[in-house]
Design a protein around this ligand. Structure first.
Ligand SMILES: Cc1cc2nc3c(=O)[nH]c(=O)nc-3n(C[C@H](O)[C@H](O)[C@H](O)COP(=O)(O)O)c2cc1C
Length: 168
Protein backbone atom coordinates (compact mmCIF):
# COMPACT_ATOMS: atom_id res chain seq x y z
CA UNK A 1 0.00 0.00 0.00
CA UNK A 2 1.41 3.39 -0.99
CA UNK A 3 1.79 6.11 1.59
CA UNK A 4 1.67 9.89 1.43
CA UNK A 5 5.48 10.02 1.61
CA UNK A 6 5.95 8.18 -1.68
CA UNK A 7 7.30 10.43 -4.47
CA UNK A 8 4.36 11.96 -6.31
CA UNK A 9 5.31 10.54 -9.72
CA UNK A 10 5.27 6.97 -8.40
CA UNK A 11 2.04 7.59 -6.54
CA UNK A 12 0.46 9.20 -9.60
CA UNK A 13 1.48 6.27 -11.86
CA UNK A 14 -0.04 3.86 -9.34
CA UNK A 15 -3.23 5.95 -9.17
CA UNK A 16 -3.58 5.92 -12.98
CA UNK A 17 -2.91 2.17 -13.16
CA UNK A 18 -5.58 1.55 -10.50
CA UNK A 19 -8.10 3.70 -12.42
CA UNK A 20 -7.63 1.35 -15.42
CA UNK A 21 -9.21 3.61 -18.02
CA UNK A 22 -10.32 2.26 -21.40
CA UNK A 23 -7.86 2.68 -24.26
CA UNK A 24 -8.92 3.70 -27.77
CA UNK A 25 -7.50 3.61 -31.28
CA UNK A 26 -7.40 7.05 -32.89
CA UNK A 27 -7.20 7.25 -36.67
CA UNK A 28 -6.91 10.15 -39.04
CA UNK A 29 -6.36 11.07 -42.68
CA UNK A 30 -4.79 13.97 -44.47
CA UNK A 31 -3.76 14.45 -48.10
CA UNK A 32 -4.23 10.73 -48.80
CA UNK A 33 -2.09 9.69 -45.80
CA UNK A 34 -3.77 7.43 -43.24
CA UNK A 35 -2.52 7.06 -39.69
CA UNK A 36 -3.61 5.70 -36.35
CA UNK A 37 -2.29 4.70 -32.95
CA UNK A 38 -3.36 3.26 -29.61
CA UNK A 39 -4.22 6.05 -27.16
CA UNK A 40 -4.59 5.94 -23.40
CA UNK A 41 -4.93 9.69 -22.98
CA UNK A 42 -8.53 10.16 -24.12
CA UNK A 43 -11.60 11.37 -22.30
CA UNK A 44 -14.77 13.44 -22.46
CA UNK A 45 -14.07 16.95 -21.09
CA UNK A 46 -17.44 18.76 -21.44
CA UNK A 47 -21.13 17.78 -21.40
CA UNK A 48 -22.74 20.88 -22.92
CA UNK A 49 -21.38 21.14 -25.48
CA UNK A 50 -20.07 17.58 -25.86
CA UNK A 51 -16.28 17.71 -26.10
CA UNK A 52 -13.58 15.00 -26.09
CA UNK A 53 -9.82 15.36 -25.65
CA UNK A 54 -7.19 13.09 -27.20
CA UNK A 55 -3.50 13.28 -26.23
CA UNK A 56 -1.16 12.56 -29.14
CA UNK A 57 2.57 12.06 -28.62
CA UNK A 58 4.70 14.41 -30.70
CA UNK A 59 6.92 11.41 -31.53
CA UNK A 60 4.14 9.54 -33.35
CA UNK A 61 3.45 9.35 -37.05
CA UNK A 62 -0.22 9.79 -36.15
CA UNK A 63 0.59 13.17 -34.58
CA UNK A 64 2.30 14.34 -37.77
CA UNK A 65 -0.60 13.29 -40.01
CA UNK A 66 -3.13 14.73 -37.54
CA UNK A 67 -1.30 18.08 -37.64
CA UNK A 68 -2.78 18.66 -41.12
CA UNK A 69 -6.10 16.87 -40.52
CA UNK A 70 -9.53 18.36 -39.87
CA UNK A 71 -10.93 15.39 -37.93
CA UNK A 72 -10.10 12.25 -35.94
CA UNK A 73 -11.92 8.94 -35.48
CA UNK A 74 -11.93 7.39 -31.99
CA UNK A 75 -12.55 3.64 -31.65
CA UNK A 76 -13.31 1.48 -28.64
CA UNK A 77 -11.86 -2.03 -28.72
CA UNK A 78 -13.38 -5.21 -27.31
CA UNK A 79 -11.55 -6.70 -24.35
CA UNK A 80 -10.44 -9.54 -26.65
CA UNK A 81 -8.93 -7.35 -29.37
CA UNK A 82 -5.38 -7.32 -28.06
CA UNK A 83 -3.88 -8.08 -31.53
CA UNK A 84 -5.51 -4.91 -32.91
CA UNK A 85 -4.21 -2.93 -29.94
CA UNK A 86 -0.74 -4.37 -30.55
CA UNK A 87 -0.88 -3.41 -34.24
CA UNK A 88 -1.77 0.19 -33.44
CA UNK A 89 0.25 0.52 -30.23
CA UNK A 90 3.47 -1.36 -30.92
CA UNK A 91 3.94 -0.69 -34.63
CA UNK A 92 4.58 2.70 -36.19
CA UNK A 93 3.19 4.03 -39.43
CA UNK A 94 6.75 5.23 -40.03
CA UNK A 95 7.70 1.70 -41.02
CA UNK A 96 4.44 -0.12 -41.72
CA UNK A 97 1.07 0.58 -43.31
CA UNK A 98 -1.12 -0.63 -40.43
CA UNK A 99 -4.20 -0.44 -42.64
CA UNK A 100 -2.97 -3.33 -44.81
CA UNK A 101 -3.03 -5.48 -41.64
CA UNK A 102 -6.60 -4.86 -40.45
CA UNK A 103 -10.12 -4.49 -41.82
CA UNK A 104 -11.24 -0.92 -42.26
CA UNK A 105 -13.54 1.16 -44.45
CA UNK A 106 -13.63 4.83 -45.39
CA UNK A 107 -15.91 6.80 -43.09
CA UNK A 108 -17.03 10.42 -42.75
CA UNK A 109 -14.43 12.99 -43.83
CA UNK A 110 -12.42 10.17 -45.44
CA UNK A 111 -11.42 8.90 -42.00
CA UNK A 112 -10.40 5.23 -41.81
CA UNK A 113 -12.90 3.34 -39.63
CA UNK A 114 -11.80 0.05 -38.07
CA UNK A 115 -14.50 -2.43 -39.07
CA UNK A 116 -14.01 -4.67 -36.01
CA UNK A 117 -14.43 -1.86 -33.46
CA UNK A 118 -17.54 -2.26 -31.28
CA UNK A 119 -18.03 1.50 -31.26
CA UNK A 120 -16.52 4.61 -32.78
CA UNK A 121 -17.15 8.29 -33.30
CA UNK A 122 -15.62 10.95 -35.48
CA UNK A 123 -14.82 14.41 -34.22
CA UNK A 124 -14.00 17.73 -35.82
CA UNK A 125 -10.71 19.15 -34.51
CA UNK A 126 -11.48 22.42 -32.70
CA UNK A 127 -8.21 23.20 -30.90
CA UNK A 128 -4.73 21.85 -30.22
CA UNK A 129 -3.00 22.36 -26.85
CA UNK A 130 0.71 21.85 -26.23
CA UNK A 131 0.91 19.85 -22.99
CA UNK A 132 4.61 18.87 -23.24
CA UNK A 133 5.52 15.60 -24.93
CA UNK A 134 1.85 15.21 -25.93
CA UNK A 135 -0.50 17.58 -27.73
CA UNK A 136 -4.15 17.67 -26.68
CA UNK A 137 -6.54 17.59 -29.59
CA UNK A 138 -10.02 18.85 -28.71
CA UNK A 139 -12.86 17.21 -30.65
CA UNK A 140 -16.46 18.10 -31.37
CA UNK A 141 -18.25 14.77 -31.96
CA UNK A 142 -19.89 14.71 -35.40
CA UNK A 143 -21.05 11.16 -36.08
CA UNK A 144 -20.60 7.63 -34.81
CA UNK A 145 -21.89 4.10 -34.43
CA UNK A 146 -22.21 1.58 -31.61
CA UNK A 147 -22.68 -2.11 -32.30
CA UNK A 148 -25.36 -2.33 -29.60
CA UNK A 149 -25.25 -3.20 -25.96
CA UNK A 150 -22.32 -2.21 -23.83
CA UNK A 151 -19.23 -4.12 -24.88
CA UNK A 152 -16.59 -5.14 -22.34
CA UNK A 153 -13.92 -2.77 -23.58
CA UNK A 154 -10.16 -3.08 -23.65
CA UNK A 155 -8.58 -1.26 -20.70
CA UNK A 156 -5.14 0.06 -19.91
CA UNK A 157 -4.26 -2.83 -17.61
CA UNK A 158 -4.61 -5.29 -20.49
CA UNK A 159 -2.19 -3.37 -22.75
CA UNK A 160 0.24 -1.78 -20.29
CA UNK A 161 2.82 -4.47 -21.10
CA UNK A 162 2.97 -3.50 -24.80
CA UNK A 163 6.08 -1.72 -26.03
CA UNK A 164 5.02 1.49 -27.82
CA UNK A 165 6.08 1.75 -31.46
CA UNK A 166 7.58 5.12 -30.58
CA UNK A 167 9.08 6.12 -27.23
CA UNK A 168 7.02 9.13 -26.04
C1 LIG B 1 -0.69 1.24 -23.37
C2 LIG B 1 -0.31 2.30 -24.38
C3 LIG B 1 -0.86 3.56 -24.30
C4 LIG B 1 -0.51 4.56 -25.23
N1 LIG B 1 -1.08 5.80 -25.14
C5 LIG B 1 -0.76 6.72 -26.07
C6 LIG B 1 -1.37 8.00 -26.03
O1 LIG B 1 -2.19 8.32 -25.16
N2 LIG B 1 -1.07 8.89 -27.02
C7 LIG B 1 -0.18 8.59 -28.01
O2 LIG B 1 0.08 9.42 -28.89
N3 LIG B 1 0.45 7.38 -28.06
C8 LIG B 1 0.18 6.46 -27.13
N4 LIG B 1 0.77 5.24 -27.16
C9 LIG B 1 1.87 5.01 -28.11
C10 LIG B 1 1.46 4.75 -29.55
O3 LIG B 1 0.27 3.99 -29.64
C11 LIG B 1 2.62 3.97 -30.25
O4 LIG B 1 3.86 4.64 -30.07
C12 LIG B 1 2.34 3.75 -31.71
O5 LIG B 1 3.20 2.75 -32.17
C13 LIG B 1 2.52 5.01 -32.56
O6 LIG B 1 2.20 4.73 -33.88
P1 LIG B 1 2.41 5.78 -35.05
O7 LIG B 1 3.87 6.18 -35.06
O8 LIG B 1 1.97 5.05 -36.28
O9 LIG B 1 1.52 6.94 -34.74
C14 LIG B 1 0.43 4.24 -26.26
C15 LIG B 1 0.95 2.95 -26.36
C16 LIG B 1 0.61 1.99 -25.43
C17 LIG B 1 1.20 0.61 -25.57
Amino acid sequence: MSGATEPIQEYFDEFVAAADHPVVVVTTESAGRRAGCLVGFATQVSIDPRRYLVGLSKANNTFRVAADAAALAVHLLDAGQLPLARLFGSESGDGLDKFTHCEWHPGPDGLPILSAAPGWFTGKILERYDFGDHVGVLLEPTTGQMRGGHPAVLRYGAVAHLTPGHPS
